[in-house]
Design a binder for this molecule. Structure first.
Ligand code: SAM
Length: 288
């Protein structure tokens, strides 16, 4: 990303390991060593990482979801003065279910060069090992915790054909898998657990009423849920079939469609017989 600002320094978005420290890149280590300051989600966590790679005496300050806006402004001020800064999260790529997006948007608005130093990300790592189609996928991060909101989000995804990737905390995994079953039905699913760590595990199964068909329920560790997309033939019901049958016929008639033709069309869309539509209209006429 090349911009016009000649005085300003650069803003580096640096990917860090999601478990296995060997996954850090040579470039990430060099950039973290060279920058003037590092904005970290948890400074203690990042200091440990830096110490492991013999990077000491760094100017570290916190940049997390609760101070994202203020910290982003502070980062901008320093970079605009000519300092080079790095943003890291506790694990993986900043900006992916982690702070990062705000500072990138501010940097773009200030014509500051943003340089991404790519590293591992749990979602992509899980997808690649899942065995589920990788040619088209969507990433949704964490679902809402509130039951109704979570259901609404899942319902909006019910007919998506591509693979879907979600993050989840271990204590919510069972409820989330049950909610997924309620909406998606018996879909193939993979739980990718403790990726890149000693106990890395890919648990494959089918969504069931109890959550999953796995012998042992995955309750511990960090985890990603990868869900197979809907069948190619799955079809989202047309939105206007949600109209009551009588209103639907009337709407088509108002649009100039012949009444008999409207009844035939509505019967087809609602999956009922023409006789059912006719009887509902008769009843409506009687009640007028
Ligand atoms: N920025 C990170 C990334 O690029 O993947 C994601 C951070 S998000 C706050 C943390 C969530 O990522 C965890 O709750 C879990 O769902 C997933 N995650 C992170 N590390 C993981 C790992 N080693 N194995 C499985 N899932 C992981």
């Amino acid at each position: 990303m090349q911009t016009q600002n000649q005085v300003a320094g650069k803003l580096y978005l640096v990917g860090t390991p999601i478990g296995n420290l060997e996954d850090i890149t040579f470039r990430a280590v060099r950039v973290l060593r060279e920058v003037d300051f590092i904005a970290a989600e948890d400074t203690r966590h990042t200091r440990k990482l830096l110490t492991h790679f013999d990077i000491v005496g760094k100017d570290l300050f916190s940049y997390h979801e609760h101070n994202e806006r203020d910290a982003a402004r502070q980062i901008m001020e320093r970079v605009l003065r000519g300092e080079h800064g790095a943003v890291v999260s506790d694990a993986g790529m900043p900006g992916i279910s982690d702070p990062g997006q705000e500072v990138v948007q501010l940097a773009i608005a200030s014509e500051i060069d943003v340089v991404v130093v790519p590293g591992p990300s749990a979602g992509i790592t899980a997808l690649c090992g899942s065995g589920i189609a990788t040619d088209a996928f969507s990433f949704y991060g964490f679902l809402p915790r509130e039951t109704n909101r979570r259901k609404q989000v899942l319902e909006a995804l019910q007919y998506r054909k591509e693979t879907m990737i979600f993050y989840e905390a271990p204590h919510r995994i069972e409820k989330t898998l049950q909610a997924m079953h309620e909406v998606f039905g018996e879909r193939f699913v993979v739980i990718a657990r403790e990726l890149t760590k000693i106990h890395e595990d890919f648990i494959r199964g089918v969504l069931t009423k109890e959550g999953v068909s796995f012998a042992e329920s995955p309750k511990k560790g960090e985890m990603v849920i990868v869900v197979q997309g809907a069948e190619e033939t799955a079809k989202e019901p047309a939105k206007n079939t949600l109209l009551p049958i009588i209103d639907h016929v009337q709407m088509l008639v108002n649009q100039g469609v012949d009444r008999k033709e409207a009844m035939r069309e509505v019967a087809k869309l609602h999956g009922v017989s023409r006789r059912d539509v006719y009887q509902q209209l008769l009843l409506e006429d009687k009640n007028k």
